[in-house]
Design a protein around this ligand. Structure first.
Ligand code: 5CA
Ligand code: ZN
Length: 409
């Protein structure tokens, strides 16, 4: 499907630094050294409700990864999916007496608008689960032929025991895996499975639910993890640079995806690095569609909030920490935006060459966006206190803030 329009990324003098980032699978910092074309897969939305600040924070983190890579003069091959058929989407449509395809299309359209307004760079390939089905079916058939998948009452499950490296993404113990599996879309209680953790690859058609021709699998619909594997393998291949998402995807989603792909291809790794953003909460609880404690990007935009201020509010928190959304954070971001805009609106100013390097250094250091904001704050404060005579400085700051932080001044 189509994605959304790209905002221009201004070129900056000199070159950026290689990104050092926390990798979930090793628990360590890794300096990423992709080839001339960096490859990244970021898990997309399940479109049954509007984009909330938690989603926006996660996509902001991976937008920064791209911007750091672009600043090192690499191209970026970015792929994102849309889980446009899955249980929560069908359940929500049923509750509201809505058509599930209309719901998915409406919420995906709103997501595109939100991403455009926030200046998130679009993926090169934006792929829906439904359109990926013809590519998913042969993968499930191959897993079955390899003895890594089995049938249970018409449904097809993946056997986690078929992957000797299962567990290497999240490094959780069996009990933690079991709890998270139950919480996040798995069915550890279903009897007849080889291991309680085994995830579904193909769900046989249920009455009243949409289903597709699955060839030798029979009619049905795809499981969640195989969806992202099929799309990533099709558009990026094995060994791509980064798989990203919120920390709630480390297990089971990214663990299972890595296992599926590794068993399918006999190669490792699926992604070279697994990067996870922290969870954004509201009133002490993780913001989630199922709990309903949400602040929507589109609602703020409707209230007249400048999307650049929303983006600055996201940047004020480190991507890896869990944090709480507050109205105060948005007010601080609006004030910061005003200060920065006043500082760049002057015809000349304090030299900004060192500032560009400070922003680059902060982002290369595990995407330390709060440190990058602090550096711009210092420049803006000095600019309004004493000024300067560098005619290129305000323009350079605008371009750097746009190129590296996605904020249009
Ligand atoms: N469609 C799947 C991924 S294939 C999915 O998880 N969709 S989602 O709509 O539930 O989430 C989209 C992205 O937002 C995921 O990366 C998820 O980890 C992230 N996310 C969801 N809730 C939050 C939150 N409260 N804070 C930060 N990130 C979040
Ligand atoms: Zn995914």
């Amino acid at each position: 499907m189509y994605a959304w329009p790209a905002s221009e990324v201004p070129a900056l003098p000199g070159s950026g630094r290689d990104l050092s980032i926390h990798d979930t699978a090793t628990g360590e910092r890794i300096t990423l050294t992709p080839g001339p074309v960096a490859r990244i897969y970021v898990c997309g939305i399940t479109p049954y409700d509007a984009t909330h600040m938690g989603h926006a924070a996660t996509y902001n983190a991976f937008d920064l990864v791209q911007r750091v890579w672009l600043d090192t003069k690499r191209q970026v091959h970015y792929v994102q999916n849309v889980t446009d058929v899955d249980d929560p989407l069908l359940e929500r449509a049923q509750e509201n007496g809505d058509d599930w395809t209309a719901l998915a299309e409406r919420e995906t359209a709103l997501f595109r608008e939100d991403m455009t307004a926030l200046r998130m760079l679009p993926p090169r390939h934006y792929i829906g689960a439904v359109e990926a089905i013809p590519g998913i079916v042969p993968l499930v058939e191959r897993l079955r032929d390899l003895g890594a998948a089995y049938e249970l009452e018409g449904d097809i499950y993946f056997s986690v025991e078929s992957d000797p490296s299962f567990g290497s993404v999240s490094r959780l113990d069996a009990e933690a895996m079991r709890l998270l599996s139950a919480e996040r879309g798995g069915d550890p209680e279903r009897s007849g499975k080889k291991s309680p953790l085994d995830p579904m690859l193909w769900m046989a058609a249920r009455d009243g639910e949409p289903s597709w021709d699955g060839g030798s699998l029979g009619r049905g619909r795809p499981g969640w993890h195989i969806e992202c594997v099929a799309i990533a393998l099709d558009h990026l291949g094995m060994g791509f640079d980064v798989q990203g998402g919120g920390s709630d995807l480390a297990f089971p989603h990214h663990e299972m995806g890595a296992s599926h792909a590794q068993v399918l291809t006999g190669e490792r790794p699926f992604a070279k690095t697994y990067v996870h953003a922290g969870m954004v909460a509201l009133d002490g609880e993780k913001m989630s569609k199922s709990k309903g404690n949400l602040v929507f990007v589109s609602a703020l935009r409707r209230d007249g909030v400048d999307p650049a201020a929303i983006r600055l509010a996201l940047l004020a928190r480190h991507y890896r920490s869990d944090w709480e959304w507050t109205d105060g954070l948005l007010r601080e971001a609006e004030e910061r935006l005003d200060r920065w805009r006043a500082a760049v609106s002057r015809p000349d100013g304090r030299s900004a060459d060192a500032l560009v390097e400070e922003i680059r250094e902060a982002l290369a250091d595990d995407l330390d966006s709060p440190a990058a904001l602090a550096a711009v704050d210092r420049w803006a404060a000095a600019q309004s206190a004493t000024g300067g005579t560098d005619e290129g400085a305000p323009g350079l700051v605008s371009r750097a803030v746009d190129a590296l932080l996605g904020v249009a001044l």
